[in-house]
Design a protein around this ligand. Sequence first.
Ligand SMILES: *Cc1c(COP(=O)(O)O)cnc(C)c1O
Length: 458
Amino acid sequence: MPQYPPEPFRIKSVEHVGNISRKERERALKAAGYNVFGLRSDQIFIDLLTDSGTGAMSDRQWAAMMRGDESYAGASSYYRLKEAIDKIFGFKFFVPTHQGRAAENILCSQLVTPGVYVPNNMHFDTTQGNILARGGRPENLVIDEAADPSNPHPFKGNMDIEKLEAFIARVGAENIPLGMITITNNAGGGQPVSLENMHQVSEVYHTHGIPFFIDACRFAENAYFIKMREKKYKRRSILEITQETFGLSDGATMSAKKDAIVNIGGFLAMNDEELFQGVSNELILREGFPTYGGLAGRDLDAIAVGLWEGMDEAYLEYRIGQTAYLAACLREVGIPIIEPPGGHAVYIDAGRMFPHIPKEQFPGQALAVELYLEGGIRGVELGSVMFSQVDPESGETRHPPLELVRLAIPRRVYTQAHLDTIADVVARVKKRGKKVRGYRFTYAPKLLRHFTARFEPV
Ligand SMILES: *Cc1c(COP(=O)(O)O)cnc(C)c1O
């Protein structure tokens, strides 16, 4: 039996969940256009759509919220958040934003112009969308091992340094206003990036005069993987690893809804003063004054506490252990998953689970639908629905390498029995085999289409 890590907390408050019948689930799904984003939460038993903003805040975070200072300018909440961000990340400037994509949008407003290129190990959907929306070209340069779901490489989120060098040589450093890396690599399976790799990435970007920004959403989980898997850092604290990581970069975008364990919030940090001035002006136009940035003072206090809680080693051991436990349970019942499991989620390889469904008919979409019908479980497709792109030059559709369904684990929310139930449901879906059909669009918007698209069974 796989080992379940005991929770380093006890439960003080609980939330009721619905568990409707299969007939009702069938009706709900049809009404939602077979898109699980269109379901109501009270139609769901176990919600693994995302780990974003779905975590349980601690008693200390709720207590901190009572201290929230709602002053328009110069609130003490802002200074408490600033102290945490200064100590942990060490950037010269930051602005709060209402979430991660707002930080991306504001950063892109200053740096991305039509025709420029932005390399990354792999862009997350909102980052890709924000770059495309300004006419930029996102480029993914993760190592080849990332596309092989059975390769046990300990840092499958790493950038391919040779590919990065070749890419810069091909498009020209002058056409790259910023270079990024995403830790952990959400779009590629929540896989970590090694500190060695980040040192190399930083050196390549800086040799070419390209500002280096980290998509920092899961920086603490990434640091824990570094501590566990990168020998050199075995005895270093999560804080020390984090400081070394961000010391390599020129700035970061952060969704606090991830490793800061809050329900809303984010920030954009940077060292360049001129950039900060441009960012502040754009922020005032779109989000709010630079000492609150679209959030309430109490939200800033919750983030300030959550950043430290997200870096607590006992918490991280439980957090990463929970993901490993679910992966082990799925493995036991023969489900193909991305190996090794990542930090915040287990990714089922729907392409391998349903080899009879072609990419054009979205095997991941089919699995997401089945999990809901079978057990009221909501996961999310990360495959051709979310990531296929029409190449601007050739007009051809480029499919992502893998057709995945992500089961994201909200922080401090579900118990061992929930995880056991999930593995049971997936096993039952697998037994249906070839009876599971593919899907086609009946409606699809141009950008970030997975959120609002509608489907019908083929
Ligand atoms: C969640 C996420 C974002 C966007 O953050 P939001 O708060 O959802 O806007 C960006 N990058 C990565 C890697 C993410 O996981």
